[in-house]
Write a protein of this length. Sequence first.
Length: 379
Amino acid sequence: MKVLNVVTSGLLREGISTTQLEYARFVNKEKVQYTMVANEGDSDKTMVEAFEQVGCDVVWLPARKKNGKKGFIKYLKALYQEIKTNGYDVIHVHGSSSIMAADLWVAKLAGVPVRIAHSRNTTCNHALANKMLRPLFNISYNAAFACGEDAGKWLFGKKHFTIIHNGKDLEKFSFSQQTRDRIRKEYSCENKVAVGFVGNLIEQKNPEYLIHIFKEYKSKNPDSILFIMGAGSKRAELEQLALQLSVSDSVVFTGRVSNVHEMLQAMDIMLLPSKWEGLPNVVLEWQAAGLPSLVSDNVTKECKLTDLVEFLPVDVLPEVWADKMCSMDITTRAEKSDDAHIKMKGQGFDIRQNAQDLELVYELLLNNCVENRGKINEH
């Protein structure tokens, strides 16, 4: 079975792509030929290499976000040609709005039997386009997936959808004292409370509020340090803010890191003050690592798989978050990590099992399309 995956935001080192990398790592290559689309100029080459290293095919197509309308049309033509040339059984499009209709319609015209729209968020950045394309979108796919209940309702409303969990390689995030000691020594923070954030430095993640929270926390706990793991358009602005708030000497901007699972071992508390989210992968990873996490109440409660996660609003003074952080238990990491693994497996977030489940869903969808090809084509 040949499956083509398209991530509308680009093949980047962020949530959707890293989740697909985990699926690509554990899917049975004898059953599923897993292919990812990478866009020229819109994709992170280190992510492309990571997919190739786990035995996943990667096809390069023109940039979908550059050169305006002409560039997007060029991308769609190349996508059509790729599908016609290689004859995919399934196209799996990952996005947050009905803009996915463009990719799905190309796949429909090219004769792909199974066309999956996968909702990855609970809102989008292009409200007008999302509204205008909704009628076309509704007849472009014949299978609907979502990362969680809220994300599914956002895009599909009352229509049927299947939840595909953002499973994790739990063993990879198991707490390691040895790794913790090594990373903390590397950053000279052996005797400090390490506060962490992982994500793109963009408006959605509310990073300015993050800096203000840390300023308040540091005033209560001087022996603390903030690690901001991620990159984005707001980095320079955030560095300036940290300087203005006199905490720049205690804020580490690591940029994007490829060893997040190791960096997490060195952390003590994690923060995610987002303005909106789907089901954030990072919060799942933090729990697997046994980390107490304070998360915006704008984030779906579906990410709370253990008692390690607590929610607060982002329209309160940063001091409220700082006070809550002071009361969080940052001890017994190994026990917390082991307990989290048990709970996460029980709730269906073990990537090994998730990959097997996805293989089965692909097979069932394809068999159904073959048996009902006439009806599918009419739809």
